[in-house]
Design a binder for this molecule. Structure first.
Ligand SMILES: NC(=O)c1ccc[n+]([C@@H]2O[C@H](COP(=O)([O-])OP(=O)(O)OC[C@H]3O[C@@H](n4cnc5c(N)ncnc54)[C@H](OP(=O)(O)O)[C@@H]3O)[C@@H](O)[C@H]2O)c1
Length: 264
């Protein structure tokens, strides 16, 4: 089975590397097309895949066609390939904010599946969301497996893509801002900034690992909160200053904003 990736920029490179090192595709069955010769050279070297600058040539033999191009390029690429697509070829779009129905306006006879990873794809640690008009389709599950090669991937209803963008994509920035604040606290207590950041990053990874099996976060908070100790002192001071409320308001402000943008 063959796959074509159109666009080998920031995201495309991560996906190609994930697929090439997985058992889903042999690297020789991965074809990559890009307008940038430099990007093609890098990915050919890194992942041992075939490359071309010709999008039409690239899609010829593949069942799966993953679009990793900027939204402003999407229409150009769809116009370019639509006459050359067979009906059994499946388009997977990573393009932010463009619905499956909008893509189907260009390619009415092809199945379209959306995938939304986040920037941690580059570390193979993405939280990715997959959706289609019919999520029960076995091809949707296969796409989930594809994006499972760059982190965790779940199938969601398309109506949840905007909330997923806030939690899964903006969420990265929310966490990093919180980590920066913790780091600043560490510096004030005497650590050098690079030491404080290293500590805070590992603590965050460790904290996340404690709830990975579904354990409620508050159970682990209780585990570290000695009565009358320093943790509860710190937590309560943060809550008196509106930490939880501020985070929830931030999430909802981001959601209000994205809800007013067209598409899903
Ligand atoms: N980065 C992420 O983590 C992330 C997360 C979620 C969703 N997304 C979505 O993924 C898509 C790609 O993002 P990205 O950050 O990977 O973009 P990017 O780094 O700009 O990569 C896009 C690549 O496509 C190439 N390209 C431009 N025109 C082309 C054409 N006509 N045919 C074939 N290739 C062409 C570009 O070449 P040139 O540089 O020469 O123009 C570039 O190498 C976007 O729609 C974005 O919304 C990205």
């Amino acid at each position: 089975m063959k796959v074509t990736v159109i666009g080998s920029g920031n995201l495309g490179k991560s996906i190609i590397s994930g697929l090439a090192s997985s058992e889903l595709f042999d690297p020789k069955n991965i074809m990559v097309a890009d307008a940038s010769p430099e990007n093609l050279e890098i990915i050919k070297e890194q992942a041992g895949v075939s490359v071309t600058s010709n999008n039409v040539e690239a899609i010829k033999d593949s069942k799966w066609i993953i679009l990793c191009i900027q939204p402003r390029i999407l229409e150009i690429v769809l116009d370019e390939i639509k006459e050359h697509l067979r009906d059994d070829q499946i388009l997977i779009s990573t393009v932010t904010g463009v619905t499956t129905d909008e893509i189907n306006e260009f390619v009415p006879n092809n199945k379209v599946i959306r995938a939304m990873p986040n920037t941690a794809a580059i570390q193979q640690q993405s939280m990715s969301f997959i959706c289609a008009n019919n999520n029960d389709d076995e091809d949707v599950e296969f796409v989930r497996k594809m994006f499972g090669t760059i982190g965790k991937a779940i199938i969601i209803e398309q109506r949840l893509m905007k909330p997923a963008t806030v939690l899964g994509a903006s969420g990265t920035a929310f966490f990093l801002r919180f980590l920066r604040a913790l780091t600043q606290g560490g510096v004030q207590m005497g650590f050098h900034p690079h030491e404080a950041q290293e500590i805070v990053a590992q603590v965050a990874i460790g904290a996340a690992s404690l709830i990975e099996d579904g354990t409620q976060a508050e159970v682990e908070v209780d585990n570290v909160t000695t009565p009358q100790g320093c943790t509860i002192e710190g937590l309560n001071a943060m809550e008196h200053n509106g930490m939880s409320s501020s985070v929830i308001k931030g999430v909802m402000a981001a959601y209000d904003k994205i809800s007013n943008i067209n598409g899903q």
